[in-house]
Design a protein around this ligand. Structure first.
Ligand SMILES: [Zn+2]
Length: 142
């Protein structure tokens, strides 16, 4: 479930969001679009002036340990399932030659606009490149 960014009404998908937008006045839509443009500008400025940014843990801060990810794309955003525990199930007796099922437990999910996901991709790439330059190539699990 997603929510209309103007009024907060529950929206099932991008088409429903598009149809619902017509229920808002042109002024409301204009105000919303201006707000989005302003946020995008702030975001771009923040990318340029990174030395002015600092991070502080909020009151609900928590840590999640992750060893695997499941990534998917919806109409509106990127979803990253955070996986840690896995359970190996015995092979199905009817199909003994098939690989036994492996169950991953989804601990949490990150939902992100694709523009922010791209920033994550770039920053993470830079960090891994820096690490590998110093320590050698990180082997990838099959
Ligand atoms: Zn609305």
């Amino acid at each position: 479930m997603n929510f209309c960014p103007i009024c907060g009404k529950g929206i099932a998908n991008a088409k429903e969001q598009f149809d619902h937008f017509h229920e808002h006045t042109p002024e409301e839509i204009q105000q919303y679009e201006a707000k989005v443009k302003e946020r995008e500008k702030e975001f771009r400025d923040a990318q340029i002036n990174r030395e002015n940014i600092f991070f502080k843990r909020g009151p609900n801060f928590s840590k999640i340990y992750a060893t695997e990810w499941a990534i998917s794309l919806t109409d509106l955003d990127v979803r990253i399932d955070i996986l840690n525990e896995r359970r190996n199930h015995p092979p199905n007796p009817l199909f003994p030659n098939k690989n036994p099922p492996v169950e991953f437990i989804i601990e949490n999910q990150i939902i992100s606009p694709i523009i922010s996901a791209k920033t994550l991709h770039i920053r993470l790439g830079e960090l891994i490149q820096m690490y590998e330059n110093k320590n050698g190539e990180i082997p990838i699990r099959p």
